[in-house]
Design a protein around this ligand. Structure first.
Ligand code: PMT
Length: 223
């Protein structure tokens, strides 16, 4: 743990997928590896900032000098973020949170009886969309947007509807970038401009993102 007297800012990072249980042996999830979020957590910690990494299940090594809070479901991630975000200066949401979860978790393993099986899903709570209200976060808020079409337009919509300072938009239909890859290609969508970054290793990209986000936070503090 880094002591609160350490210079630097308090940063919350969400990373990885969530797992939504169906029955005792099955779950719904997605292809997020956690690489992007872990690289961002590492980049801030390496510069001496205090980082809380709230992560779904991944096989990534936990970066050094990072406070680590593992969670499994979208609901658990929601609760963990709600408990910690108010004291943060910067919050970055790189996790791929399930948008829907099974309406009921079957207590016993589902048997293969019929030719078809229908699962009823219900919406999960939007964590990024709760950051300002009801969580009361007033710091620098950075969301991601994983899109397969209309990348910039959808990202810009998320920027304003979730009251973010920046959306990091990735086109996840491109092979070799986005989910589970070592590389990513993103557009930084700010309220007044967009900046397309060249495709890069997630580690290099994370360093660049950390720098851009710290600049944004410094600008916000000046206002
Ligand atoms: O983990 P990797 O394999 O390295 O892959 C990286 C990544 C592709 C997962 C990452 O770069 C990325 O895009 N993360 C966000 C994925 C996502 O779920 O995007 P979205 O457009 O569905 O969600 C928009 C934003 O809302 C995201 O910041 C997400 O964290 C947040 N969200 C979404 C749903 C929800 N219930 N709560 C949320 O906070």
């Amino acid at each position: 743990d880094r002591e609160d007297q350490t210079p630097g800012v308090n940063v919350l990072v969400t990373a990885g997928p969530t797992r939504e249980p169906i029955d005792p042996v099955r779950y719904l999830s997605n292809r997020s590896s956690g690489k992007m979020g872990y690289a961002i957590a590492h980049a801030f910690a390496h510069e001496g900032h205090r980082v809380l990494l709230i992560s779904g299940p991944t096989s990534q090594p936990i970066p050094d000098h990072v406070d680590y809070l593992p969670v499994t479901t979208a609901e658990e991630m929601h609760q963990a973020v709600s408990r910690h975000i108010a004291r943060m200066d910067i919050a970055i949401f790189a996790a791929a949170v399930a948008d829907y979860t099974p309406a009921h978790v079957e207590p016993q393993k589902i048997k293969k009886t019929g030719a078809r099986l229908t699962l009823e899903l219900v919406r999960t709570r939007d964590i990024l969309g709760s950051a300002r209200e009801p969580f009361g976060f007033t710091g620098t808020l950075v969301g991601f947007a994983a899109e397969t079409e209309n990348l910039e337009q959808n990202a810009r919509h998320k920027l304003s509807s979730k009251n973010c300072d920046l959306i990091v938009a990735n086109d996840v239909s491109q092979p070799g970038t986005g989910f589970d890859s070592d590389r990513n290609e993103v557009i930084l969508v700010y309220p007044d401009r967009s900046v397309a970054l060249p495709a890069d290793d997630k580690v290099h990209l994370a360093n660049h993102l950390a720098e851009a986000i710290l600049e944004l936070a410094a600008g916000k503090a000046d206002r």
